[in-house]
Design a protein around this ligand. Structure first.
Ligand code: ADP
Ligand code: MG
Length: 725
């Protein structure tokens, strides 16, 4: 490892550093995202190898990766069981006794043989293994790294960094490029000194250098665990960048304009009067939060979260009516047709009673129907539009869009949400500045507070934290698939008492992908789908046979929209008693008389999905149950998931568990998690740093705009877009 030469003057802003690389090297580095020397400096080691010490063989255990020094006793090329080079060496540091070691090379060059002349001294690094056939042949290393050394070849005095690498670029080249960059680039400080002192963080330049090049006395453990102050500084910087960019996004939003939706509120009043129930306290509170945002002349960006069945739809309806009251249009977009249709039926029933024209637009409509819906939307006759992605196609223009509501927002990509935002700009008020609609996003996956705070600093959050009155707890049972007959008996019993039952078959993907711009996934999904569709059909037949006195229905993603609606309607009015379904029923279905749900292969589902599914029962007055059929053996996480399901029904608790099991990237979906921005920090284990970064961000934004810009420039490099939607 070349040491840093203090005599070389390091330029603070080495921009055109690429010139220092050959084209070939530049190309190889670019392939792993390193475009200039600054990138190299921020390319941090994954771990280190300790080549500063050699151990005595006698002190090392099998399985350890160790560095030793040894003298060659002999070598030979063997041909059995396959061609290989076998070298016997003796530990140079052994006093006596068991000091022999065999080195085996399956791949080797003839030119290597000269390294193994008898008496040659080698420094060897590799994983120690017990020899074959007990200890008869002693211990060995397969393909160790080695170098020929003299009697007093010095050991490196620094830990050797191991960098994330890629095809066509190895550690040695990377180390050289990075060491060179380190010698030329100095990291200017972006964070005011007093904040560093307050949070006990080292200067960035110092931290970076230590991480690339730790001194021998550095704690290897704390470096590996990234708890070392130098690593803390890196994570802090990363979190700070995130906070700063979110805050900037927030400021930018406040500078944009949206129609202030302040109507008389007559529609809302009439709506509430005809509603067959009173709003819960939680619903009233979130309605208040939304209404005060809507009255502002800049776009609302609010997430309405609430557990399955907590009553988000009514809140959405009230928000829509606010917009309509103020003379604007509202749109409600859902990720699947079946969910959109549920909304449509429910809202149309409530809202058309108020003489508000509602348009319905999905991909499966006939051309003529689509055109009619688009006309109604464009002319402004339709005051509310409900549908799927079809609503954000280019040919859909809103006359006066004031509010966009997005259900199950995590199933849409950032781009789709942006598209909706620009819908309102098409027809503005002539010379007036462009306006955009307010946005209300809904999610039944409650996002834990810490996560919301970090990722969604520019998303206000409203939470419905109670269920409507009269809900009864759902009893959850885990039953092995082999006891299927018992389960069928239970179903018969429930049906006999006049109740209804769901049977959920596993299906990986729905027919309609959340993001139509992902054709590849769709192709594999549809193969899966075919297989599992067959399974659903078979299950339906078997259950119909076992329960001849009842009506069994089947609903799945491949069913044409109208047929799907027919089956759902039949289940809704009770003429079908047992509904076999793929996960198309995951969201939004509301049949209060259904009180038993069986989920087959429950071990294949994610926690959030299981929770959503289970939320379909327990909506009426009857005692409800959910049976999770599983096929052993279970993986550890599957076991953990099922156990969580049995133990709790609290969506927030489940979300916390889910987050712990999956990590935030997967939990939120990559496209919106901003995960690309967090390479080093971990939101859960680095919580104190998150707090420190927030505090520092506020102060820097107030009095150090230059530092803010330099900091963002360093850490984000254009990644801010992720946060803007
Ligand atoms: P989710 O939050 O899962 O979207 P929904 O909006 O579908 O929940 O509501 C679930 C059920 O609860 C619906 O049947 C809805 O009409 C009913 N509901 C909503 N709010 C109340 C309330 N305040 N009192 C009684 N029932 C309610
Ligand atoms: Mg809902």
């Amino acid at each position: 490892m070349p040491a840093r030469n203090p005599a070389v003057s390091r330029t603070p802003a080495a921009r055109s550093t690429v010139a220092a690389w050959s084209d070939a090297l530049a190309g190889r580095l670019a392939r792993i995202g390193l475009h200039d020397e600054r990138d190299c400096v921020l390319h941090l080691p994954l771990r280190y190898e300790d080549e500063t010490r050699v151990v005595a063989l006698a002190d090392a255990r099998d399985g350890d990766t160790v560095q030793i020094e040894a003298i060659v006793r002999d070598h030979a090329v063997q041909y059995r069981p396959r061609r290989q080079l076998v070298v016997h060496v003796d530990d140079a540091n052994a006093d006596e006794g068991d000091s022999g070691l065999t080195l085996r090379f399956i791949h080797f060059y003839g030119s290597q043989l000269k390294h193994f002349e008898v008496g040659t001294r080698l420094r060897i690094r590799g994983e120690l293994r017990g020899g074959g056939f007990g200890q008869v042949f002693g211990r060995e290393m397969i393909h160790p790294r080695y170098g020929v050394i003299g009697d007093d070849t010095p050991l490196p005095d620094r830990l050797t960094p191991v960098y994330p690498s890629g095809v066509g670029i190895g550690q040695i080249v990377l180390r050289q490029a990075i060491a060179k960059a380190l010698a030329r680039v100095e990291m200017d400080e972006t964070v005011p000194r007093r904040w560093l002192m307050r949070h006990r963080l080292p200067a960035i330049d110092e931290a970076i250098r230590l991480i690339h090049n730790p001194p021998p006395d550095a704690s290897l453990e704390s470096l590996a665990a990234r708890s070392h102050p130098a690593w803390q500084r890196i994570k802090f910087d990363e979190l700070l960048a995130q906070q700063l960019s979110l805050a900037k996004a927030h400021a930018a939003r406040l500078a944009r304009t949206a129609p202030a939706l302040r109507g008389e509120g007559t529609l809302v009043t009439r709506f509430l009067q005809q509603l067959p129930f009173a709003l819960t306290t939680a619903q009233r509170r979130v309605v208040g939060e939304i209404e005060s945002d809507l009255a502002q002349p800049h776009p609302m960006q609010r997430l309405l979260q609430g557990d399955v069945g907590s009553g988000k739809t009514v809140v959405a309806a009230i928000a829509a009516l606010r917009a309509i009251d103020a003379g604007y249009q509202a749109v409600l977009m859902a990720p699947t047709e079946i969910l959109a249709e549920q909304h449509f039926r429910k809202l149309a029933e409530w809202i058309e009673a108020l003489d508000v024209p509602v348009a319905w637009l999905t991909g499966s409509l006939k051309k003529k129907q689509k055109a009619a819906a688009r006309d109604a939307i464009e002319s402004g006759i339709a005051r509310l539009a409900i549908g799927t992605h079809a609503l954000i196609q280019e040919d859909v223009h809103f006359a006066r869009l004031g509010l966009a509501i997005i259900d199950e927002q995590h199933r849409f990509g950032v781009g789709q949400r942006l598209a909706l935002r620009f819908k309102a700009r098409v027809t503005g008020d002539g010379a007036a500045p462009p306006r955009e609609p307010h946005q209300l996003m809904m999610s039944a996956t409650p996002i834990p507070r810490t996560l919301a705070m970090t990722y969604f600093a520019d998303l206000e959050v409203s939470t419905i934290d109670m269920l409507p009155p009269g809900r009864r707890p759902i009893v959850t049972r885990l039953i092995e698939a082999s006891r299927r007959d018992d389960v069928v008996a239970r179903i018969r019993h429930a049906l006999g008492e006049g109740r209804q039952v769901y049977w959920v078959c596993p299906l990986v993907e729905e027919a309609e992908p959340a993001d139509p711009s992902v054709p590849v996934r769709r192709a594999t999904a549809s193969r899966n789908e075919t297989l599992q569709l067959q399974n659903a059909i078979d299950t339906c037949d078997a259950l119909a046979l076992a329960l001849p006195e009842f009506q069994v229905g089947l609903v799945h993603g491949r069913l044409p929209g109208a047929d799907k609606a027919d089956v759902m309607r039949a289940f809704g009015d009770g003429s079908v008693q047992l509904l076999v379904a793929t996960t198309v029923i995951e969201v939004g279905v509301d049949v209060p008389n259904a009180s038993l749900m069986v989920i087959e292969h429950a071990e294949r589902f994610g926690l959030a999905q299981l929770h959503q599914l289970r939320g379909r029962v327990g909506r009426g007055t009857a005692e409800s149950a959910c049976i999770l059929l599983f096929q052993p053996p279970l993986s550890l996480t599957a076991k953990e998931r099922l156990k969580t399901m049995r133990e709790t029904q609290d969506g927030f608790e489940i979300a916390r568990k889910d987050l712990a099991l999956r990590g935030p990237g997967e939990f939120l979906g990559h496209r919106q998690s901003g995960e690309a921005l967090l390479r080093f920090a971990d939101l859960q284990s680095d919580q104190p740093l998150v707090d420190a970064a927030r505090e520092t961000a506020v102060a820097m934004l107030a009095d150090d705009p230059d530092g803010v810009d330099r900091h963002l420039q360093r850490w984000l490099r254009g990644g801010e877009d992720l946060l803007k939607a």
